[in-house]
Each structure stands twice: as C-alpha cells, then as structure tokens.
Ligand binder design. Structure first.
Ligand SMILES: [Zn+2]
Length: 122
C-alpha cells in the first residue's frame, strides 16, 4: 500500500485509485493502414520495467479524474504526479518516457496521444 497524491484532492491511499496502464501511448491515426503486427504492437506491447515507469491512474473513489504518475515499480516510490496533457517532469538521472505503439503512417499525419491530445508521434 502506498500513497498517491491526486493533483486535485491531495494525498490519498492507493486503494482509492485504479491503475490505468502505461502512460503516453500514442494511438495511430490511420489504424486501417497498419500491418497486423504493428496494430498488435500498439494494442498489446507494453513496457514492464523494474524501476521507473510512467503510468495512468484514476482517482476512482474520489474525483474520478485521470492523471499520470512516474513510479518506481520496485519500491512503489512515487517520483512525480502530473495532469493529463502536461509534459512529464524532468527527473534527475532518469530518461523521459518514450511512447509505445506504432507512430502514424505517412507524411503529415499526426498521432493522438492517450491523453486525447494531438501529438507528434514522439
Ligand atoms: Zn482526486
């Protein structure tokens, strides 16, 4: 059990929250142009690190809002909490998150971030 600080409600016990998977997954805009392998990669392939992991959480027994968490999966230490649409914070000595999933196909296409914001397919 650990404490998560909801960006809107403040610190609460983990049991008030629900895990929503890896953060910063880029959704391909032209999914019908993807190969089966690329689509399967987007749907199913996720990082499973021991250490820093960027995750989505929802305060399901509180404000019901989604937000992102940078958490050390080995120690459950919360390194950062930030709202959807905000850039991940710079964490000293840590790599910023890199999105999973196939980037958009074709020139000029943009992908939609899991946050629902138009991204660049970073
Ligand atoms: Zn909340």
């Amino acid at each position: 059990m650990f404490v998560i600080s909801c960006p809107w409600c403040g610190p609460r016990e983990q049991r008030e929250f629900s895990y929503g998977g890896e953060a910063h997954i880029v959704r391909p805009r032209n999914a019908d142009e993807l190969t089966d392998e690329a689509w399967a990669d987007y749907l199913f392939m996720r990082k499973n690190p021991k250490g820093l992991h960027y995750e989505r959480w929802v305060h399901s027994h509180g404000c019901r809002r989604w937000f992102n968490v940078a958490r050390n999966t080995a120690t459950d230490e919360i390194l950062a909490v930030y709202r959807m649409g905000e850039a991940p914070p710079d964490l000293p000595g840590q790599q910023p998150p890199t999105p999973c999933g196939e980037p958009a196909i074709g020139s000029g296409n943009k992908a939609i971030d899991a946050d629902g914001l138009t991204g660049t397919g970073r």
